[in-house]
Design a binder for this molecule. Sequence first.
Ligand code: ZN
Ligand code: ZN
Length: 352
Amino acid sequence: MSDVPSTMRAAFLLEPGRVEVRDVPVPRAGPGAVLVRVDAALTCGTDVKMFRRGHARLPVPAPFGHEFAGTVAAVGSGVDAFAPGDEIMCVPTAPCGACRLCAAQRENLCTAAIDRMVLGAYAEFVLLPRHVVTQHVFRRPASLPAHAAAALEPLSCVVHGASRVDWARAGRTVVLGDGAIALLFARVAMLNGADVLVLGRHEDRLAVARGYGADTALAPGDDAAAREVASWCGSAGAPLVVECVGTAETWRLAARLAAIGGRVLLFGGCAAGTRVEFDAYRIHYEEVDLIGAFHYTPRAVAEAYRLLCGGEVDVEPLITATLPLGMLQDALGMIMDRSAIKVALTPDRGAS
Ligand SMILES: [Zn+2]
Ligand SMILES: [Zn+2]
């Protein structure tokens, strides 16, 4: 279990649209660090964006992939909480604990957390640094398979997003989008007591939302979406709209669908520099609140861990394909052409 080879297979992003799996040295666990043998890694919308257009702050060739679960292969000096053979799950960042935002309990906005994010889960091994090990690594219960445990990161983001909303006054909630994040949000909103309508464009994905207990509607355009909301919430609009697509068009549509005095949670991230126009009348005279949400706090991670381990959020319906690591390029293609919701990549042990 603890015999660690000297080299491993790891995927690198070479340029937009091209990944390559290479043989590279296995990193060594220094003081406080934990080396994890990856059992499963999941595709994520962020990876697909990076695959499509590259990333300004990421020099290529770049390791990538950040949603994963695995088994401890080696621990650095000073690590007492984990030992080789432990099955673990984790998220790839942890806050610094020392900055103004961390002091204000807004650790999700800690810039040091993002700057020190662990990337490289599309590999046989990944090294978790001390600050992640001490805050955001958890034991994986035997009841939770690795591919499901790997969803701790997106679920943590969703739980944080949900914490930005006062659910006591939520009532009817419209979720815009039918990707993995939208479906997770629909589930978490229902756990918070909301009635949920998911508006999407893919019948197979809406079926997953119905499996979670949500109402759904196929809404291929803005007017169709407005009609569906009017028939579900009444013509006044939705008390809460959660945008989970991440385009300027859907951000604008989300504000249009909200009721007077309603709230809009803008959860889907748009590229930096994106400009979105809203009708000022809606914001001022109708007090439609526009709320952002990004990343996760340690409290959200703890809650997401509880929801996953307790089975309250079942992520199995979201993971619609499993492929060996060497087929990462195909996996990302399946997300882009919508033939999979999320793909689990499993290192093909012993294969070259
Ligand atoms: Zn992710
Ligand atoms: Zn900080």
